[in-house]
Ligand binder design. Structure first.
Ligand code: BG6
Length: 466
């Protein structure tokens, strides 16, 4: 079929402060949860107030200084949207100060101004896998109710400051990942009890809904969404027990969306809390806050998984462990590639929430090689993105309201799970090696001109085979 994308479709890429900016203590920036995970989310937590160590993320791809060049390259590809995140620790270095750090605020002013030069619409995540480490060390992370107030202060400051520059916002990146990596998600130790993790998540959900309210009050013409790790799960077999296990598996992540889009905990979660003896402290004010729901649903999608009622070995995927699907191939990192899954997921979320959807992360992490002519022929990436975008087009034809698509890591960046630069997602190569050496020179890959054609034709280019 001839794919058609809506006229004002937002096309672009997505990056996160802690994976690109570097400049990790510059201009008053405080230490963040990401800074104390020098080897990524799956690695050790090292208190950098006490131990002197370095991380590849300290410099990353030096976006903090090189953003004009990078934004110009994104503009050349035709981006009309760029998802970035604000590092909370640039604005409130410790998280509990009464006043923000002006140098941090000024940095994002210049970044948004640079994007405006090229008519690139910013989509801004308030917290993408980082929070002030001070709030973890001295307050106990999101386990402490006071975090709601600190986050609210931060959110209001940035809404006020950028109200004329930013009209699309997201609250917490992949808010549903805290059940799997609680330190990154809510600043709690990995061995914390379920009770503690769910209570911390509750505080974060309340903070998210308060941010939605504040955003509507301060920037009435803005739209603010949530952000879910799209963990689409299929039954391994048609056995009713496997189908039930799949429903329950999907509930473990969809419930976050249910709270954020419908304004209250779903019945199956109330049952889960009861049966697992989890007693959440939920105040009347919390309940009222949760009633403020998001304007749109955003999500990441890299892979799908299977579920079964039987005991099976699991693969480590994107944060989650998963039962592999025997019908799918995997990436070099063992992530199972399932383009049709994005169409299925878009339909599922559309039917469930009846809100606009935004795909804010999707892409292929791969090892790229520069050939003898200095070219990077990343046909595998073109294939992956083409196949997924075709399915996005199919979902649009199914009647799903899709606002836009920002592919993950349009320029190579430091991976989140293991802080690797060898795992590259970009249309733009960055000359940086895992040991930190390299010129940081930017080189266009083959996929650069392919994505440029896709955007230029508003998706028509996808009607051609790759
Ligand atoms: C998502 C995160 O989970 O996956 C990103 O929001 C992350 O921050 C992306 O980079 C890909 O994961 P990784 O580990 O390959 O960087």
């Amino acid at each position: 079929m001839n794919l058609q994308f809506p006229q004002h479709f937002l096309w672009g890429g997505a990056i996160a402060a802690n994976q690109v900016e570097g400049a990790y203590r510059q201009d008053g920036k405080g230490l963040s949860s990401s800074d104390v995970q020098p080897h990524g989310i799956f690695g050790e937590i090292i208190d950098r107030d006490v131990e002197t160590i370095t991380s590849i993320k300290d410099k990353a791809i030096d976006f903090y200084h090189r953003y004009p060049e990078d934004i110009a390259l994104f503009a050349e590809m035709g981006f009309n949207c760029l998802r970035v995140s604000i590092a909370w620790t640039r604005i409130f270095p410790n998280g509990d100060e009464p006043q923000p750090n002006e140098a941090g605020l000024a940095f994002y002013d210049t970044l948004f101004d640079e994007m405006a030069k090229y008519h690139i619409t910013p989509l801004v995540t308030l917290s993408h896998y980082e929070m002030p480490y001070h709030l973890i060390k001295h307050y106990g992370g999101w386990g402490n109710r006071q975090l709601i107030e600190f986050f609210n202060r931060y959110a209001k400051v940035v809404f006020e400051r950028y109200q004329h520059k930013v009209k699309y916002w997201l609250t917490f990146n992949e808010i549903n990942m805290s059940l799997h990596e609680p330190f990154t998600g809510v600043g709690l130790a990995r061995e914390s009890s379920k009770q503690a993790i769910y209570q911390a998540i509750h505080h974060q959900l309340v903070a998210s809904s308060k941010a939605v309210k504040a955003c509507h009050e301060i920037i009435p013409d803005a739209k603010i969404g949530n952000m879910l790790l799209g963990a689409l799960t299929y039954p391994l077999t048609p056995k009713p027990d496997d189908v039930l296990a799949t429903l329950q598996e999907n509930h473990t992540w969809l419930w976050f969306g249910d709270v954020q889009a419908r304004g209250e905990y779903p019945g199956y979660m109330k049952r889960f809390f009861k049966e697992n003896n989890i007693q959440l402290t939920i105040t009347e004010d919390d309940r009222q806050s949760l009633n403020t729901t998001v304007d749109f649903i955003s999500f990441s999608y890299y892979m799908s998984a299977c579920a079964t009622a039987e005991d099976k070995d699991k693969l480590k995927g994107n944060i989650l462990d998963m039962v592999p699907n025997p019908y799918l191939k995997s990436s070099e990192w063992g992530w199972q590639i399932d383009p049709k899954g994005i169409r299925i997921l878009l339909n599922l979320l559309h039917e469930r929430y009846q809100k606009p959807l935004f795909i804010v992360e999707n892409g292929l992490g791969a090892i790229d090689k520069i050939d003898e002519n200095g070219h990077i022929n990343d046909d595998y990436r073109i294939q992956y993105l083409h196949d997924h975008l075709v399915q996005v087009g199919e979902a649009i034809a199914d009647g799903v309201d899709v606002m836009g698509y920002t592919s993950w890591g349009p320029i190579d960046l430091i991976s989140a799970s293991k802080a690797e630069i060898t795992k590259r997602y970009g249309f733009i190569y960055v000359d940086l090696n895992q040991d930190g050496s390299g010129t940081l020179k930017r080189i266009k890959k083959k996929s650069f001109s392919w994505y440029q054609s896709v955007i230029k034709t508003n998706g028509q280019h996808l009607n051609r085979k790759v």
